[in-house]
Ligand binder design. Structure first.
Ligand code: 1PR
Length: 550
């Protein structure tokens, strides 16, 4: 009997509630949502998810009147599983919101990763090391040395002190910093990573919490692993991307362009149909994709909000795909043609998050935001979609998708934009080029270059850059490494390399030469020319760690 009447989810408006519910239901269990104080009394196990900022989470808990009942629930010794921000708010406070107090159940404070030697946020798969000797046998309920999905800019740093040993269960290394990746104390188990997005390994953790509550039994003992000894298996992400649009029969299909042209026969024929979005996403998940991206490539059209094609796709995909999902296309303020109601970009993002997205990706609107920012002497006035969504959901949830193309010049003095000396000369043998930013899926070029855009959106609060390239898109000839390297030099947020992958070595080049944090491809996967595992195996053989595909 898989029913479990006492299992509850604490939904206080944090973005990933839907994902947790889907994961639990996929495992065959029922989960109720806590709506009031009475539900806390009925609850036998509570999952406490969290996405977004520390103060947003605390404010929401307070507004809903959940703080007292939650503290009472914990004091009664009943099991709690905190996830991500749901773990952070158990502490006393956070550098993210100095004026906001945490729940104070655990001693310590949350602080920000330094971006001096690494990209921040930390987005990706990493291992977690159990810090107390003698407890290895029960590592995460028997899940040993596996990869988990992390996405955060803030963490409780691991010091190995006596105080911390009271509650630290595992630590993880993110380059030069070691942080607490899970805690276990009495009836509280909490993870900085997202079990609901950590593939089969994460599902197992959720299942074990539902069945057995705490990850181990017995007294805590032994010496602690010191931070220096915490090793990491940080992985590079391999991402599958699906460009989605209606075909000429009105069906939503995954399509794929060459230099953004998605019709057969150079723009004359039918929209290319490479499969159904949810089916393909599920296939890529089972084949080991570390992340999937859906882009609504006809988002510039004005369609009623309720018909936003991605909403239904996300709802369905989130029932079968347990790795992070990003959705892009149409995230901007709009007037709904059906109801005349005005939706802010945050409203639209909210719909996507609720439908199952973990991150949203902004294209055109981020270009306008960057232009305004630059024209206003780089003042942050809080009015842009990038600022507003990252403020509410955290920067790690905001990806900016860039669609640049090369503009060749004879000499840097021919333009005010940032140029590079290129190894791929232009049609008239020009030796220099700059990368011009476009909007509306490449249909309109702007007087803005990729460096201006990337640095502006980082300042506005974007947490990641999806760096496409119109010239190499669909070419199978390799990523534009010059473009990727140029942007890498100017930002500290993660970069997802996109456009042009054709063989495993291209992925390696993006990582080793251009120092990209993740590698994305579309066409080669859709056409079955490469399997995700072929790419991962090649990367592993070349010394780049990837998440083991299960
Ligand atoms: O501007 O916020 O509404 O977002 C629209 C989004 O749709 C943007 O992210 C934009 O990149 C995307 N988009 C618009 N038109 C197209 C098109 O192809 N006609 N697709 C398009 C962009 C690029 C990648 C592609 C990679 C890898 N496609 O998504 O998957 O280039 O391809 P490959 O591995 O086959 O080379 P907004």
């Amino acid at each position: 009997d898989q029913s479990n009447d006492g299992l509850y989810l604490l939904d206080y408006g944090a973005g990933n509630s839907g994902s947790v519910i889907n994961a639990v239901e996929f495992l065959g269990y029922k989960i109720n949502v806590i709506k009031n104080e009475k539900d806390f009394e009925n609850a036998k196990k509570v999952i406490f998810p969290g996405v977004g900022s520390f103060d947003h989470a605390m404010r929401q808990l307070r507004n809903k009147g959940f703080i007292e009942p939650l503290l009472k629930y914990v004091a009664a010794g009943k099991p709690l599983l905190g996830i991500c921000v749901g773990m952070q708010v158990l502490f006393e406070g956070s550098e993210e919101s100095p004026s906001e107090q945490g729940l104070g159940i655990l001693k310590g404070r949350v602080s920000k990763f330094s971006d001096e030697n690494k990209t921040v946020p930390n987005i990706g798969w990493n291992s977690a090391v159990i810090v107390q000797e003698g407890e290895k046998a029960n590592d995460f309920y028997g899940v040993v040395d596996k990869s988990f999905y992390f996405v955060h800019s803030y963490a409780v740093m691991y010091t190995g002190s006596e105080d911390q040993l009271d509650y630290v269960y595992s630590a993880s290394r993110y380059k030069d910093e070691v942080f607490v990746s899970s805690v276990w104390k009495d009836n509280i188990f909490a993870t900085q990573f997202h079990p609901e997005k950590s593939g089969k390994v994460g599902l197992k953790i959720l299942e074990q919490f539902i069945k057995n509550a705490m990850p181990r039994v017995g007294a805590t003992q032994g010496t602690a692993t010191q931070p220096e000894a915490v090793e990491s298996l940080l992985s590079v992400r391999v991402v599958a991307c699906m460009d989605v649009r209606e075909n000429d029969h009105g069906d939503l299909v995954v399509t794929k362009g060459d230099q953004y042209d998605v019709r057969e026969d150079k723009g004359e024929g039918q929209v290319r149909n490479l499969g159904k979005p949810v089916d393909l996403a599920t296939k890529y998940y089972t084949e080991g994709a570390d992340e999937v991206v859906f882009l609504n490539i006809t988002s510039f059209r004005n369609i009623p909000v309720n018909d936003y094609p991605m909403l239904e796709i996300l709802r369905r995909a989130s029932k079968t795909v347990f790795v992070p999902m990003t959705v892009g296309g149409g995230i901007r303020s709009i007037t709904d043609p059906a109801s005349n109601k005005v939706y802010s970009a945050v409203d639209i993002a909210d719909l996507y998050f609720r439908a199952g997205a973990d991150k949203i990706s902004i294209g055109s609107d981020s270009v306008y935001a960057a232009e305004n920012y630059i024209n206003s002497n780089r003042t942050l006035d809080g009015s842009s979609s990038v600022e507003q969504i990252s403020k509410q959901y955290g920067s790690q949830a905001v990806v900016v998708s860039i669609d640049p193309k090369r503009v060749y010049v004879d000499h840097p003095s021919c333009t005010s934009h940032t140029t590079i000396k290129t190894m791929k000369p232009g049609p008239n043998n020009e030796e220099y080029c700059w990368f011009q930013v476009t909007v509306k899926g490449g249909r309109e070029a702007r007087d803005l270059d990729v460096v201006q855009l990337a640095t502006a959106v980082q300042a506005l609060g974007a947490g990641e850059i999806l760096l496409n390239c119109i010239d190499t898109d669909g070419s199978n000839s390799g990523y534009d490494l010059e473009l990727l390297s140029l942007v890498r030099k100017h930002v500290t947020i993660p970069i997802v390399a996109s456009s042009g992958a054709g063989k495993p070595d291209h992925f390696l080049q993006a990582i080793n030469i251009a120092r990209s944090d993740a590698v994305l491809a579309a066409g080669v996967f859709h056409r079955d020319q490469l399997k995700i595992n072929d790419v991962k195996r090649y990367l592993m053989d070349s010394g780049v760690n990837t998440r083991p595909s299960l």
